[in-house]
Structures are given as C-alpha cells and as structure tokens.
Write a protein that binds this ligand. Structure first.
Ligand code: NAD
Length: 284
C-alpha cells in the first residue's frame, strides 16, 4: 500500500502553529495584516481572494483589499503599490497575476517592498533563494513541497531528487531549496532525453511541468516518492496533476493527490509568509 501524502494534516499543523504565533504577535500589540492587490474582476481571482481572506481570518490575520480597475494605468498602479509598501500596518503584499497588458510585471517586481513580498515576486528575494539565505521570502509553491516532505518526515539529505520543470516560479527555486536540504538534485525539462530512466532511479520525483497526467508507471518504481505540483484541466472539467494518479498510486511508495496536495498547502504557506514578514518587521 502506498502512503497518500495528503495536504490536510500538513495544513492543520501549519495553521495550529501560526494561530499561536499570531496570538503572540497580537499580545505584543501587532496585528499581522495582508494587503491583497487585485486588478479587474476575473471570477477565478475573486474566488481565490475570498478563500485567502477566509484562511487569514481562521488564524487571526487581518486583510485589506485593494481592488483596482482592469484598465488602471501603470503610473496609478505604482502609486497604489508605493502607498501599500509604505503603510506600516501592512506586513505582507500579494499581487494577483497575471496582470493586464498595460502593467509591466518586469518593472513592478522591482517595486514591491522585498520585506513584504510574501509570494517572492521580487528578484531580491529570488536571489536569496539561490544564495541559500533563509532570511528572505521564498516562493510559496516550492515552499509547500518542502513543507509536505518535512511534515511526512521524508529524508532529503543525500537523497536523489528529480525535479521535472525549470520555471522560475517552481522548478528552479525548488531545486535550490532541495540543494539547501542536502539533496542531490537533477533538473529535467522539455528537452531532457530519457526522463523515464532518470526518474525511475530517483528517490523522490517532483512533477512541475503543467502536462496533464504525463507521468505514468513507466517513470516510477516501488521506491518512488511522488510529489505532484501540476494543476491541469483533465479535459472533462476536472482538475488533475502532471501525474496519472490512478496509474501509479499502487506502484509507488508515496504520492501527493491532486487536488488536496501541493496546491492546498501553498495557500497555507502564504499565511506563514505573512506571519514571517510581520515578525521580521518588528526587528527593523
Ligand atoms: P511553466 O509552463 O512555466 O514551466 C513548465 C516547465 O516544465 C518548463 O520548464 C518546461 O521545460 C518543463 N516541461 C514542459 N513539458 C515537459 C516535458 N514533457 N518533460 C519535461 N519537462 C517539461 O509552468 P509552471 O508555472 O512552473 O507550472 C507548472 C505546473 O505547476 C502547472 O501545472 C501549474 O498549474 C502548476 N502550478 C501549481 C502551483 C501550486 O500551488 N500547486 C503553483 C504554480 C504552478
């Protein structure tokens, strides 16, 4: 029987710890607060925003919404961002992406205050990930992968980990964070040859390609621990991962489900980063 690495107990443990930390901060007279900047009214964004607000409330984090018009110009957007950056009552900032065309993300990522950048948009935070500096705010999805592995006490030191995908949001930073945990990391991508053989030999496989159900039983062994980062449409209106869950679930040592795996933990990591940013603001 393979072990199902479900998000539920990970999120529960994370939230219990955070609730205590938030209470301590409040006792010290500080109210952790997340500023959410949403441009336009895309239903997915509004849904995600409501779910983040509910999650924040469940552990005592306050939120402040900045709902901006879809056609907002760059200058006005940067003025709002500067105001949020400079507001000492805001500890974390989340900007929903993708932004509309007129807003240049390559400029904005340099404008967000790095100490409030809970989703690691700023290159300054990304550099810290590559430097192994744990003082910064790391990207949430890679952090969720590490959180799951640690929660289930899966050893990383000296283990062979294959990361499939080399994007700047998932694959690359995750590979650096795994290195930091003393894993031996192989990064695969769309031009990698013979990925099946590379994956079969690994202790841990992380699939982050955005290719629905690509990983079937030809990529795994009975010893594989499979972490599925993918969030894809399965063609029938349902969400599925990069791993063909039904085809591999009985053939591996452990596996994360989709939904109910990495994505669910990622939302809880956002909260962890707000609390970290709040705690660090007290030192300044
Ligand atoms: P991306 O498109 O930016 O990058 C995909 C990467 O996969 C690229 O580096 C590419 O080289 C590689 N790749 C593509 N096809 C491949 C193949 N056949 N074999 C090997 N490598 C291949 O995607 P992304 O933003 O990194 O997201 C990846 C997946 O993770 C998507 O399904 C996305 O929805 C999901 N995602 C999940 C979360 C979460 O919270 N769980 C967060 C972000 C992204």
């Amino acid at each position: 029987m393979s072990e199902i690495l479900s998000a539920k107990p990970v999120v529960l443990a994370l939230k219990n710890n955070l609730r205590e930390e938030v209470a301590k901060l409040k006792d010290a007279g500080v109210n952790p607060l997340l500023g959410i900047i949403r441009v336009g009214n895309r239903p997915d964004d509004v849904y995600y925003e409501n779910s983040i607000i509910k999650n924040c409330e469940s552990i005592g984090i306050e939120t402040k919404k900045y709902s901006l018009a879809e056609d907002i110009e760059m200058q006005e957007f940067t003025e709002v961002l500067k105001q949020v950056n400079d507001d000492p009552s805001v500890h974390g900032i989340l900007i929903f992406r993708p932004l509309p065309k007129q807003l240049d993300e390559d400029v904005i990522k340099y404008l967000i205050a790095p100490n409030k950048d809970i989703d690691c948009m700023s290159p300054l935070n990304l550099v810290k990930v590559f430097e192994g500096d744990t003082g910064g705010l790391v990207p949430c999805t890679p952090a969720a992968v590490i959180e799951i592995l640690k929660h289930y006490q899966i050893e990383l030191k000296g283990k062979n980990v294959v990361v499939m995908g080399r994007s700047l949001v998932v694959g690359k930073p995750l590979s650096m964070m795994l290195l930091q945990e003393n894993a031996t990391v192989t990064i695969c991508h769309s031009k990698t040859q013979d990925m099946q053989q590379i994956a079969k030999k690994a202790d841990i496989i992380v699939a982050a390609m955005g290719k629905a159900k690509l990983i079937d039983d030809s990529y795994v062994s009975e010893q594989s621990i499979v972490i599925d980062v993918g969030i894809n449409d399965d063609g029938n209106g349902k969400i599925c991962g990069d791993v063909d869950y039904d085809a591999v679930v009985d053939k591996v040592k452990a596996i994360t489900p989709v939904p109910g795996g990495v994505g669910t933990v990622t939302t809880a990591i956002l909260l962890k980063h707000v609390v970290k940013a709040c705690r660090q603001s007290l030192k300044n």
